[in-house]
Design a protein around this ligand. Structure first.
Ligand code: HEM
Length: 458
């Protein structure tokens, strides 16, 4: 006797969720963002299914256990998805890659974003922070985010693009309006078409052509540089890797990847710095301890403060994965074509996973690493933020420069709301600062046996 078992259909099981039309869900999300997601979490539990415009079926998960299942999912089961960001940034962008090609590109790009190589950028970071802060007004309110954007842009242009002189100046002028326009094209696909000279689509084409001209010049200069092998910037690393691969340098891929690193790393880091100012002005006791620490070379409290700021005010509030093959998570089986979303903000504000979750308390991370799946401002797994350690290092040096050179004035004003700026969530008033320049640079207070810990845990 023979039995033939034939599986004809797979029984997909989705968690419960709102049955409202996707347009309604999309509008409710735009209106209330995380408050809407938290409301759904309260009603349906830690995983819920909903439809969203532009995506279709989504499953949102909000516990460390479920987040772990997503972040450890196999790369052929969960893709980044050819999202609109990848389309705008081009095929040479990490955001457009999956599986083998994605892993190979990450392996190539990762080393300079960690360890000694990363720490060699300290002088550039400090120099750029000092240069921008030299123009800070005293005793009046100003939106710190604008300064932080200028600082993080120049840092990326110098450390990643290896730009200097004329190209640095031209890219510095071109990229802010170009990335702002790019963000609008990502949100409204219709705008991407060339509807005539003045249309956003045509403007994007012209700006992108200028960008390509500048990057091509940088690539040619790098290739002509007899010291290419010793150069520390990330463009040099990418070129060396392409040459070692035996291939010709693909200018277009290089341009796509540089733009990706800029878009991913510029506004995010600037927003995190603006949140640091916003939170610290409202927590003078932490500020005082940070000022004392900055007189020496230790940075334990400063690192913990950055981790806590990213917990209470994550600048990216969700990660997305596109399901390519049936994906089992918890008691559910999610079909191909659906999206799995980890809710960063709801998870970070959940008292079950963070004691007194609403309290800003950097001490919770002093001498203690945050939990991999309950603290996820940089996402996780094979798609975890490539620049996470670099961003934490950069924030650390910029904050140290601020604390050493300025007194940040505390305030009793209510906290700033979270406002979406195209890539990241930033303080709604730009992280208002009021500073006084320190009269004298206090001599560094180097404690005996204290070693520089900058980036030690990053
Ligand atoms: C505070 C600053 C930053 C935050 C909060 C942040 C956050 C994130 C998040 C949430 C993701 C998605 C991760 C996932 O899907 O699991 C991501 C991806 C990424 N980030 Fe960041 N980021 C920051 C700074 C940077 C910097 C400075 C760079 C580089 C210069 C960078 C480069 C990238 C890249 C290339 C990816 C895509 C990784 C991949 O798909 O493999 N980020 N980031």
């Amino acid at each position: 006797m023979s039995t033939i078992a034939i599986m004809t259909t797979t029984e997909y099981r989705l968690p419960d969720g709102p049955k409202t039309p996707q347009l309604f869900n999309g509008l409710a999300f735009l209106a209330a963002r995380d408050r809407y997601i938290r409301k759904l979490q309260r009603r349906y539990g830690d995983a819920f299914a909903m439809r969203m415009p532009g995506f279709g079926q989504m499953v949102v998960v909000t516990t460390p256990e479920l987040v772990k299942a997503v972040f450890t999912g196999k790369p052929d089961v969960l893709h980044a998805g050819k999202d609109p960001l990848g389309e705008i940034l081009g095929p040479g962008s990490l955001f457009s890659m999956d599986e083998e090609r994605h892993l190979k590109e990450r392996r190539m790009l990762l080393p300079p974003f960690h360890g000694e190589r990363m720490r060699s950028y300290e002088a550039i970071i400090e120099e750029e922070a000092l240069r921008e802060m030299a123009a800070w007004p005293e005793g009046v309110e100003f939106a710190s985010i604008e300064s932080f954007q200028a600082i993080t842009l120049r840092i990326i242009l110098r450390t990643v693009f290896g730009a200097e002189g004329r190209e640095l100046a031209e890219l510095e002028k071109l990229l802010p309006p170009m990335t702002t326009l790019g963000q609008r094209l990502v949100t409204i696909p219709l705008l991407r078409r060339d509807w005539g000279r003045r249309s956003p689509g045509a403007r994007w084409k012209r700006m992108h052509a200028t960008y390509r001209r500048l990057v091509d010049k940088l690539v040619d200069d790098h290739l002509a540089d007899p010291g290419l092998a010793e150069r520390a910037d990330i463009l040099a690393l990418m070129l060396r890797a392409q040459l070692e691969d035996g291939g010709e340098v693909d200018h277009s891929d290089v341009a796509d990847e540089l733009l990706t690193l800029l878009v991913a790393g510029h506004e995010t880091t600037a927003s995190a710095l603006a949140w640091s100012v916003e939170r610290l002005r409202r927590h003078p006791e932490v500020l005082r301890r940070l000022e004392a620490e900055a007189r020496g070379e230790r940075n334990e409290l400063r690192l913990a403060t950055t981790e806590e700021t990213l917990r209470v005010r994550p600048v990216i509030n969700a990660t997305l994965r596109k399901v390519m093959k049936p994906f089992a998570i918890g008691e559910w089986l999610v079909p191909p074509g659906a999206w799995v979303v980890t809710g960063i903000a709801p998870l970070h504000k959940d008292g079950r996973f963070h004691a007194e979750a609403n309290r800003f308390d950097p001490d919770r991370y002093v001498g203690k690493k945050p939990d991999t799946y309950a603290w996820i401002p940089f996402g996780g797994g094979v798609r975890r933020c490539l620049g996470a350690a670099f961003a934490q290092f950069e924030i650390d040096i910029v904050l140290r420069t601020l604390l050493r050179n300025f007194e940040l004035q505390p305030t009793s004003a209510p906290g700033e709301r979270e406002s979406f700026r195209g890539v990241a969530f930033a303080p709604s008033k730009g992280g208002v600062a009021v500073v006084r320049r320190r009269a004298l640079d206090p001599p560094p207070l180097v404690e005996e046996g204290a070693e520089a810990e900058v980036g030690a845990r990053a």
